[in-house]
Design a protein around this ligand. Structure first.
Ligand SMILES: [Zn+2]
Length: 260
């Protein structure tokens, strides 16, 4: 390789890695991206209350796999705070006691579909945060239908909302899931950063929710610090006069054709 070409190649490589460190892959223009489907992480908002001092907020919790977080569950029940819980077939199987509490409090809990095996609803083979996506339209269908079947088998009403593992999708999977009759649940406030944030920052993020926000956090990581922050934020929001609603209770607006 001649010297000029080699120099250009090195410069390009350096620029490429500097960019990669600062810019999320989705906004990098070719030639910096590797081939793969365009993934979206849709937003969801609910209709505002427009009542000063009574912000309307929808709390949504993912129960991906693992256990139930009693810190959050007991606060929701004791404080009588309504919420929407997205459950997988895997989580349902391991947590019958928590499921029984949900079903005993139908005024509080709306249960919706988080899939069968907790694999991303993306219809081409790709890794999302290191998790292998469903990889085909048939596998996306199985993930959605398998989640719903497990819910109904557990005595839960048939779901109307779906949220996939990682909350990322490709547009064709969104179209497919919508055609199956579901609304797809994005969010507007990432409360706990996948349950990996500390308690103080989690509390701050959730208790800062504004009128019309949809908060996502997790109810399946009892050993993580984030859950303590979630529980405290619920009390903070209630003290502020927040109107808590479930997704089934209000009008909503989702982007990427997730609800229209
Ligand atoms: Zn999940």
């Amino acid at each position: 390789m001649n010297r000029l070409l080699l120099g250009s190649a090195l410069l390009l490589a350096a620029a490429s890695s500097a960019l990669a460190a600062e810019v999320p892959p989705a906004v990098l223009a070719p030639p910096f991206v590797t081939a793969g489907p365009k993934l979206v992480e849709p937003h969801l908002h609910i209709a505002r209350s427009n009542v000063t001092g009574h912000a309307r907020v929808a709390l949504t919790f993912d129960a991906c796999m693992g256990e139930a977080d009693e810190r959050i569950l007991s606060t929701l029940v004791n404080e009588r705070i309504p919420a929407t819980i997205f459950v997988t077939a895997r989580w349902l199987k391991r947590n019958p006691k928590a499921v029984a509490i949900f079903l005993q409090n139908p005024d509080l809990f709306e249960l919706e579909n988080h899939g069968e095996k907790h694999i991303p609803a993306v219809d081409t083979p790709v890794l999302v945060y290191g998790i292998a996506a469903a990889g085909s339209p048939d596998a996306v269908r199985q993930e959605v239908e398998g989640g719903a079947a497990a819910m109904v088998a557990s005595g839960i009403p048939a779901p109307h909302w779906f949220r996939g593992s990682t909350a990322k999708y490709d547009l064709s999977a969104i179209g497919q899931i919508r055609a199956m009759g579901y609304r797809i649940a994005g969010y507007s406030v990432n409360g706990d950063g996948g349950s990996l944030l500390g308690a103080a920052i989690t509390e701050k993020r959730i208790s800062s929710a504004k009128d019309g926000d949809v908060v996502i956090s997790h109810i399946n990581q009892p050993t993580h610090a984030a859950g303590a922050g979630v529980a405290r934020a619920l009390v903070d929001l209630k003290a502020k006069g927040t109107e808590f609603v479930r997704l089934q209770d209000v009008a909503d607006t989702g982007d990427d054709k997730t609800t229209e």
